[in-house]
Structures are given as structure tokens and as C-alpha cells.
Design a protein around this ligand. Structure first.
Ligand SMILES: [Zn+2]
Ligand SMILES: [Zn+2]
Length: 347
């Protein structure tokens, strides 16, 4: 067969397939397969017994397309905790198939809105998925103002949804929050099923208190820094941890950005430099703590292209070898009875 004939047959097949998409039976078949796939809910967390975490939001308040504000979902055995729930992160939790009915509690590091603004959406998501009680929230002093404020704003929403879907599906008694203010004198906030969660203080003046959290599960450990400037208390709390999620702000990049903007943004880019740590500072603390792997998150400015990542992490390789820049969907798995640290991307 001559080459032009083969070419013609291929074109005819492609044209036929394209035209078949106009047939309602073909459209219905495709839609039904998509719906079946959507209905097959399979958690992105591994089924194996491990301490794992998924970044459900990797950016700071400075906008960056494709990234939600701060959020890390942690699974230990069958217990799931959400650490911070910034704007856009509830959507990621849904997209990453994180089973919200298994959420034991939401832990808020501090009361900046980029750490809690999606609380209402997570509340709805977990209520619909069959949460067995009110949504448990732990946070620093003032957290009750946040949760009672959401309850007030959403009171009619709770009422209308229960009326419409019925008490059986959305029990009114399960709407709202069960709030605990963390007392650093009793810093262990959860100690059950082999999992211990310890809160610790970091420095984020004038935000006080500002917290980080350490998860210890069957010999594996993850530390989440929260928002902090350089603070050796973080190194103390992270001692010998397998993984540290470290917030990171590249002040050298903010200084370049500052030169090309005016008005309020210029002042903000200046103000924020005092209360976050740079990637190099975070690396120093991780080295001090003998942490095995650092995952940078709460990225400011969140890199949009590879070259920005290189600029962001300048100097880090001179201090530590094992580190990852997170994206929304970065997952770390620490299988128990192992030293393995498995990093992958869901997106
Ligand atoms: Zn923040
Ligand atoms: Zn903050």
C-alpha cells in the first residue's frame, strides 16, 4: 500500500472517532465511565501501616496559581489529622480523596487567616461524608473565637441543610465545632493508638502563641514548624525526627520583588521579613536537630518555574542534602519498622 493510502486510512479513522463523539449514546457511555471512576473513592493515603502526610496547601498568602494556602494532612494508622486549613485547601482535600469522615481533629498552628480560612468548607465536607460528631478543632488561645464565629456565620446554612437533606444524613447535633484551646503546660494533645501529638511554641511575633506540632507514631516522626522566624525551640522539638515540614520564605527574592512594586505590597514585602525563616535558616535548624529530610512548605514566594526554585533554595545544599520543595499533592510515607522515607507527587 502506498504511504498516502495509509495516511488516508488514519485520517478517516480519526475523523470517524471525532464524529462518533457527537452521538448521544457515545457521550452517555463516556459520561457513565467517568461517573463510575468518580464514585470509586480510594484514599490517596497508603493502606500500609505508616506515618504519612500529604501537602494539601503549599503556599503563603502571596498568590501562586495551582497552590492552596497552608494545609498538611497527616495519617497515622487509620487516624487522620489536618494541620491548618488555608484558602483552597478543602478543595484539595476533596481532590486528593482524603477521607474526611476519618478526621480525628483539625490542628491550627496560629490565628492568621491563611491557616484557617477554609474551616467552614472542611466542616461541610466532613459532615456530608458522615462525621460522627462536631468537627474537633485544637488551636492556640483565641481559637474559640474563630470556631464560634464560623458557627454564628453558618447557623442558617446548618439549619437549611439539615432541613433539606434530613436529620439522618446531616444531623443538626453534628453541625459546628468541638473546640479545645491548647495549653502548652499539657503539650501532648493526643496519645492513643500508638500516636502521640505534641504541640510546641515557635516565634511569630506579634502572633502569640504560635505553635508547631510533632507527630510520633510507632518509631516514625514528622514535625510541622508552623509559621516561625529562626527559633532554636523548633530544633529542640524536631530532635531526631524523620521529616520536618519547614515553612520557608526567601527574603532575598522578596527584596528583588520590592524594587518593582509600590504602595501597600511594598510595605507588606518588607514587614513580613521579620517573622518567617529563610530556607537556609530552616536547613540550619534541621541540621541542628539531626532531621533526616526537610520538606519546605508555606512557600513565600511560591516558585512558579524551575528557575525560581533554584533561586529560592540557594545555599540549602551547602547545609543539608535531603530536602524537597513541596507542591500541592506532595506526599511523604514513613512505613513503620523501616527507615524508609518515600516522597511522591499526587498531581
Ligand atoms: Zn502563614
Ligand atoms: Zn502566620
Amino acid at each position: 500500500m502506498r504511504i498516502w493510502k495509509v495516511f488516508l486510512v488514519i485520517i478517516l479513522i480519526i475523523a470517524g472517532l471525532f464524529l462518533s463523539l457527537r452521538l448521544t449514546t457515545v457521550q452517555d457511555f463516556i459520561f457513565k465511565s467517568l461517573v463510575t471512576n468518580l464514585a470509586n473513592f480510594e484514599s490517596s493515603f497508603p493502606a500500609e501501616d505508616s506515618l504519612s502526610a500529604i501537602v494539601c496547601g503549599s503556599r503563603s498568602p502571596l498568590v501562586s496559581p495551582g497552590r492552596a494556602q497552608t494545609c498538611i494532612a497527616v495519617q497515622a494508622g487509620s487516624n487522620i489529622f489536618i494541620v491548618d486549613i488555608g484558602d483552597g485547601s478543602a478543595n484539595n482535600i476533596q481532590a486528593f480523596n482524603i477521607p474526611t469522615d476519618k478526621i480525628k481533629a483539625v490542628l491550627i498552628t496560629h490565628l492568621h487567616s491563611d491557616h484557617f480560612s477554609d474551616l467552614a468548607d472542611l466542616h461541610l465536607l466532613s459532615w456530608v461524608q458522615g462525621r460522627s460528631g462536631k468537627l474537633k478543632v485544637f488551636g492556640p488561645e483565641g481559637i474559640d473565637l474563630v470556631t464560634s464565629g464560623f458557627e454564628l456565620a453558618y447557623e442558617k446554612d446548618y439549619q437549611f441543610r439539615t432541613e433539606h437533606h434530613g436529620e439522618e444524613m446531616l444531623p443538626r447535633a453534628n453541625a459546628g465545632f468541638d473546640t479545645t484551646t491548647i495549653d502548652l503546660n499539657n503539650a501532648v494533645i493526643f496519645d492513643k493508638n500508638g500516636l502521640k501529638i505534641t504541640a510546641f511554641k515557635v516565634t511569630h511575633e506579634p502572633v502569640d502563641p504560635a505553635l508547631g506540632f510533632r507527630f510520633d507514631y510507632k518509631g516514625r516522626s514528622i514535625v510541622i514548624s508552623g509559621d516561625t522566624s529562626y527559633d532554636e525551640n523548633l530544633a529542640k522539638a524536631a530532635k531526631d525526627a524523620d521529616v520536618m515540614f519547614a515553612e520557608a520564605q526567601a527574603n532575598h527574592m522578596l527584596n528583588v520583588m520590592k524594587e518593582s512594586v509600590d504602595g501597600p505590597l511594598k510595605k507588606i514585602l518588607d514587614d513580613i521579613q521579620t517573622y518567617h525563616m529563610t530556607p537556609v535558616e530552616a536547613a540550619k535548624l534541621a541540621k541542628m536537630a539531626r532531621v533526616d529530610h526537610v520538606i519546605f512548605y508555606h512557600l513565600n514566594p511560591a516558585p512558579r518555574i524551575g528557575i525560581m526554585e533554584n533561586i529560592f533554595t540557594r545555599g540549602v545544599n551547602e547545609i543539608i542534602e535531603d530536602w524537597t520543595m513541596s507542591k500541592d499533592g506532595t506526599m511523604v510515607v514513613l512505613p513503620i519498622e523501616s527507615n524508609e522515607i518515600k516522597i511522591s507527587e499526587l498531581n
